[in-house]
Design a protein around this ligand. Structure first.
Ligand SMILES: [Zn+2]
Length: 364
């Protein structure tokens, strides 16, 4: 039904376009120039924005250097004729930087982009990619991006809407107060924050153009790329990219080096989803945050952390403690042996609020 309507509209558009072909060609070439030649807002930086580590032949983990705010790690899969980029970072500017720097690795064009999930720091670079690139994601990811959910909510508020201007104001005050000889590092941080703010202006969340709900396999040259939905976890639509021959998996934020953000998660189901991840035959993990790691021990570590988090939050919910107050009481220091950052009691309240939403049937 929808398809027929769309096709009809396309025919009408084509007829309109044919009537004003010269004008259309002029507009199109201007748009292509802007995409290929011009740097989008938020792409001003010096040096390298990414470090590319080749994990197995043709597969790279791209991690931000700090010269530009990029959000998540990206992964790059160079195939026989084309390139797949997994996650597009936090803005078209950051995605532009990745695409530019990729040219030092391969002359092949990016033809596929994957969003592991809908979060702003993984999907807001989608806009950079034109119609010659297929953007692939879970149906849930498409729905969240199409609804504009990636530009509101706890995380976006904390890091961008209020967080970014506050950070710029704070750095400005600190630079004014610091001795002249000590301002260089702060000046760099300020420039990076301002560039990030510029990159977030005029940003239009752009949903995937190819979606699935269970699995999707691409064969590119000799490489098999399996995109798998294993269940709800960090969001309602996380997918992993599994290369069976290479025994490698790209996990987005389903499993990261440290503890993953819980604020949009499904904590009751996440441990079981990790169990399905464990069932895949892989050795190397390229996470959405942190460094590459080997083996499956981190699955156990994060399952234990999640179950403990959930159990403590549930007890506080039963006791009627509001989420923010409960967050200060939750103590996960016993997991410090696996997560050295856990040195004090208290957690980010977002995760507790999320568990409360789950318990109250409000998690979406
Ligand atoms: Zn995320």
């Amino acid at each position: 039904m929808t398809h027929t309507v769309r096709r009809h509209r396309w025919i009408v558009l084509t007829l309109v376009a044919a009537a004003g072909l010269a004008a259309l060609v002029a507009v199109n070439s201007a748009r292509v120039q802007a995409q290929e030649g011009g740097r989008p807002a938020g792409s001003t930086y010096t040096g390298q924005a990414f470090t590319f580590t080749q994990v197995v032949p043709g597969v790279y983990h791209a991690v931000g250097t700090g010269a530009l705010a990029v959000g998540c790690n990206a992964s790059v899969i160079v195939n026989a004729d084309d390139v797949m980029v997994v996650d597009t970072n936090l803005s078209p500017g950051a995605a532009w930087a990745l695409r530019e720097e990729l040219k030092a690795l391969t002359p092949k064009p990016v033809r596929y982009v994957v969003n592991t999930h809908w979060h702003w720091d993984h999907a807001h670079g989608n806009q950079l990619y034109g119609p010659d690139v297929t953007v692939i994601g879970h149906e849930y990811t498409r729905a969240k991006l199409a609804a504009g959910d990636s530009m509101r909510g706890r995380s976006y508020e904390m890091f961008i809407t209020t967080g970014l201007p506050a950070r710029i104001a704070d750095l400005t005050v600190r630079i004014a107060a610091a001795p002249a000889a000590d301002t260089a590092a702060l000046e760099t941080q300020l420039a990076v924050a301002r560039t990030q703010l510029a990159g977030s202006m005029g940003l239009v969340p752009t949903p995937p153009t190819l979606t699935f709900t269970d699995h999707l396999t691409l064969t590119r040259g000799g490489r098999e790329i399996r995109l798998l939905y294993l269940g709800r976890a960090h969001t309602g639509g996380d997918i992993v990219v599994f290369l069976p021959k290479e025994r490698l998996v790209i996990t987005g934020d389903l499993l990261v080096e440290g503890t993953s953000y819980i604020g949009d998660g499904f904590t009751a189901e996440w441990p079981a989803t990790l169990e399905k991840l464990r069932a895949l035959d892989f050795d190397v993990t390229l996470p959405g945050h942190g460094r590459v790691f080997r083996g499956k021990a981190k699955i156990d570590h994060f399952q234990a952390y999640l179950r403990d988090f959930r159990q403590q939050a549930e007890a506080l919910h039963r006791a009627g403690v509001p989420a923010e107050a409960a967050a200060a009481k939750i103590d996960l220091r016993k997991h410090g042996v696996n997560y050295p950052a856990l040195t004090t009691p208290g957690v980010l309240w977002h995760g507790v609020a999320r568990v409360y939403e789950e318990l109250e049937g409000k998690a979406r």
